[in-house]
Design a protein around this ligand. Structure first.
Ligand code: NDP
Length: 292
């Protein structure tokens, strides 16, 4: 069998960010200001803090204006909604992201719905979700968008292929399945109640694991020559290191294309957030110019 292709999300994300960074000066020249991403973090969850820090760093790296609003755990829903409403009304803010999860006393759905659709860089607003499912223009959620870019980069043909997505969350599994369907894959969505999961996954030409269970996709679950995309991020209790949902060392021997963890889907999610911010900015600038 030909050698397995390992898609470096890290390298591709770097290229995407460099391309954006190269475009920003001309945009500043044309529109008078850089794209502006506002990120809100409520509470002190260490993983969320680190995600928010990376997003701010990415935004600065590509030349955007970046605002991070850190709020105490005790922030009320009303206070948070007011901040979102102010950012919605601020014509110099293009993208708004509330880092999830929010503390339990805040209704996550209300928060997501409060973000203006045109500034919803995560693509989680119900209007964006509906647009995705009705094949209308939308902001694509960053993680599945990143996966699609990786498939494209690796030259994976999707049309007519059997794709199996393990996981059906709103942020990964479901939009991933729809985006593969839109590229004419025949899509199966597997989940915790799927019977004979291995039988289902062995049918896959393209297998996407988005579960959150350390190395649950073993070599016997993968067809020889399959394309395997690992979205999972898990902490290995033995090594303390990050690892995916796929048993990489065994599956790499069998797959034709595979993504590593870390350095795979994670960096692409971040790069696609920068792309989404740029798209929201360009839409806003076009609209402003028309109104001029
Ligand atoms: P969720 O917990 O929301 O969803 C997990 C899904 O996996 C559910 O649909 C669940 O099924 C399914 N599942 C759970 N156990 C099994 C099982 N034994 N067999 C088959 N399916 C199962 O997680 P997310 O979608 O938010 O995230 C998934 C993973 O991706 C996590 O590790 C997360 O950290 C990672 N992630 C990575 C990102 C990145 O940028 N790399 C971005 C976002 C997430 P059911 O619906 O029946 O409960």
């Amino acid at each position: 069998m030909a050698e397995t292709k390992i898609i470096s999300g890290k390298d591709l994300a770097k290229k995407i960010k460099e391309d954006i960074a190269a475009r920003v000066p001309a945009l500043v020249e044309k529109y008078g200001r850089a794209p502006h991403l506002a990120v809100i973090l409520v509470g002190e969850d260490p993983a969320s803090q680190s995600y928010v820090k990376s997003k701010g760093k990415d935004a600065e790296q590509v030349g955007y204006k970046s605002t991070t609003i850190r709020l105490p755990e005790a922030t009320t829903e009303e206070e948070l909604l007011k901040i979102i409403s102010d950012l919605n009304a601020d014509s110099e803010v293009d993208g708004i992201l509330v880092q999830l999860p929010v503390p339990k006393h805040i209704d996550e759905d209300r928060v997501i719905e409060a973000i203006a659709r045109k500034k919803d860089v995560d693509g989680f607003h119900p209007a964006n979700v509906a647009a995705l499912w009705q094949k209308r223009p939308c902001v694509y959620p960053c993680t599945p968008k990143g996966v699609m870019r990786m498939l494209e980069e690796a030259g994976v043909e999707i049309e007519g292929k059997e794709a199996v997505v393990i996981g059906r969350s709103n942020i990964v599994g479901l939009p991933m399945s729809k985006m593969l369907l839109d590229k004419n894959a025949t899509v199966t969505i597997a989940h915790s109640r799927t019977r004979n999961l291995a039988e289902v996954t062995r049918r896959a030409d393209i297998l996407v694991a988005a579960v959150g269970r350390l190395r649950m996709v073993t070599a016997d679950m993968v067809a020889p020559g399959a394309v395997v995309i690992d979205v999972g991020v898990n902490r290995d209790p033995e090594t303390g290191k990050l690892a995916g949902d796929v048993d990489y060392d065994a599956v790499v021997e069998k797959a034709s294309v595979i993504t590593p963890v870390p350095g795979g889907v994670g960096p692409m999610t971040r790069a696609c957030l920068m792309e989404n911010t740029l798209e929201c900015y360009l839409e806003a600038m076009k609209k402003n110019n028309k109104e001029d």
